[in-house]
Write a protein that binds this ligand. Structure first.
Ligand code: PRP
Length: 214
């Protein structure tokens, strides 16, 4: 019979960027550390300081995909990505409370749109569609992959839907937050099948993370 100790290492998918900067100290508090520094290494798979765990480092949207498909057993990812890409196939047992920010609509303080359909640029296409539909506003959603703040300045869009943290990027580009859509923080997520097959190790890690954030 296969026991947990004979399985391949538990794979935890980490989100690169500012979430990673806050994740690594939290993992270290739990005694979990990648052997190489994922902020500087070009590797994509990182062994940990214990043989039963390893990490992969991905964009947030790909963390959701890897964990949903079971290619990673667990992940650390922003709530914005779970709202955008759906949390089917995942358990979300823990709010890590790190990388807190919010999802907002933003634009110029006075509307530049005179009568025509609202044009909204965003990488949060599903969240934007749902938000404007709930308000009964007909919006044309324009998908972008980054630098959303540029879109109103170049008259590509009237508004954007984006993450706001300090608000510096909006201010630096002459935009203002308009409507709050959701608070965002970083979540520990687990593939539902992995929660059964790797139960002991996952509950240990969840409990250590919980102690670290408490
Ligand atoms: C995010 C977001 C905003 C900015 C907000 O981008 O898309 O541009 O941070 O932060 P602020 O309110 O503190 O200025 P990020 O730098 O993460 O890069 P991205 O466009 O690749 O997501």
């Amino acid at each position: 019979m296969t026991t947990e100790s004979t399985l391949q290492p538990l794979t935890i998918a980490l989100t690169k960027g500012r979430i990673l900067d806050e994740t690594l100290p939290l993992l270290a508090q739990c005694g979990l550390e990648p052997l190489d520094d994922p902020r500087s290494s070009r590797r994509l798979i990182f062994e940990a300081n214990r043989p039963d765990v390893r990490f992969v480092v991905l964009r947030g949207s790909d963390v959701v995909t890897y964990v949903r498909q079971g290619a990673a057993d667990a992940g650390i990812v922003g709530k914005d990505m779970l709202l955008e890409h759906g949390a089917q196939g995942l358990y979300e047992p823990l709010d890590l409370g790190i990388a807190r920010c919010s999802l907002q609509t933003a634009g110029f303080s006075a509307s530049q749109n005179l009568g025509s359909r609202l044009r909204v640029a965003t990488k949060f296409v599903n969240i934007a569609r749902a938000h404007y539909a709930a308000k009964g506003i007909q919006a044309d959603v324009i998908p972008l992959y980054g630098a959303m703040e540029l879109a109103p300045l170049m008259n590509l869009a009237d508004e954007i839907v984006d993450i706001v943290d300090t608000g510096n990027t909006l201010r630096a580009n002459g935009l203002v937050p308009l409507e709050h859509i959701a608070d965002v923080s970083t979540r520990f997520v687990v593939n539902k099948a992995a929660m059964r097959t790797r139960h002991a190790l996952l509950t240990d890690i969840i409990s250590a993370l919980k102690d670290a954030i408490d």
